[in-house]
Design a protein around this ligand. Sequence first.
Ligand SMILES: C[S@@+](CC[C@H](N)C(=O)[O-])C[C@H]1O[C@@H](n2cnc3c(N)ncnc32)[C@H](O)[C@@H]1O
Length: 254
Amino acid sequence: MISSADIYLLGSGVLSFLDITLYTQKILRQCKTVFFLHDISTLERFLKEITPNPVNLMPIYYVDGRNRSDIYQDIARHVIEGAEKEKPIALLMHGHPLVYSSISRLILTQCRDRGIGVEVVPAVSSLDRMFIDLGLDIAERGLQVLSAAMAVHEGIVLNPKVGCIFFQIAHATSPLAMRLCETPPEDVTPFKEYLLDFYPPEHVVYIVESAVELGFESRITPLELERLEKAAPAMNYTASLFVPAVMQRQMPTG
Ligand SMILES: C[S@@+](CC[C@H](N)C(=O)[O-])C[C@H]1O[C@@H](n2cnc3c(N)ncnc32)[C@H](O)[C@@H]1O
């Protein structure tokens, strides 16, 4: 049995349907409607097999050129109106539902005000996949995790002795959705200048894009920080940036 929530906020994990937990699958099977936000064809086929009414909101609302916050508001409204018509329903998102998801935060706030019950279910996030692709155990040196736009805009002070993963590096300076457009190199310059306040120009950083579709490999693009604009074509909607810690030189012994 699943709980008695009206809305389930779920995550599909990262690699197609392979990361979906057993509990999430159970909820997907029992919800009257499952809204989802993906353009991964093998995942879409899987959803058609296990849930009676899967509805992809991505092509309806996620139109390039629209303001991202309007898109998030529209999706939250659509899901809440869905739950007012029939229960239970679910929203299945990429990765983990509480890792960088404005939509989840909007739904939680608005449902609290209206007395609608929401259960958020843990899932595999892109961080989990990136740890594997980078061979990174964060117990070794810790980790800072930030949104690129927020870090630059607020001038957040970084600790270069601790590695950092930046989310949402594509079109970081624009409030508009641009899923299908390449990031222009000039958009990368403010982010690079910000990082140069904390890391040396020759420091090697990594654009990471963990595979999301079956049959594709994860892509890791290493390059020196001072050349970050050259990696603009790799900075797409599902890419993140890993900046390793600057290691202190070993003190001579003896
Ligand atoms: C709106 S956030 C959603 C994150 C998602 N909820 C999660 O759990 O990872 C989208 C950002 O997550 C990161 N991301 C998502 N998928 C990724 C992937 N396959 N590889 C690397 N980073 C990814 C990127 O920084 C991207 O801009």
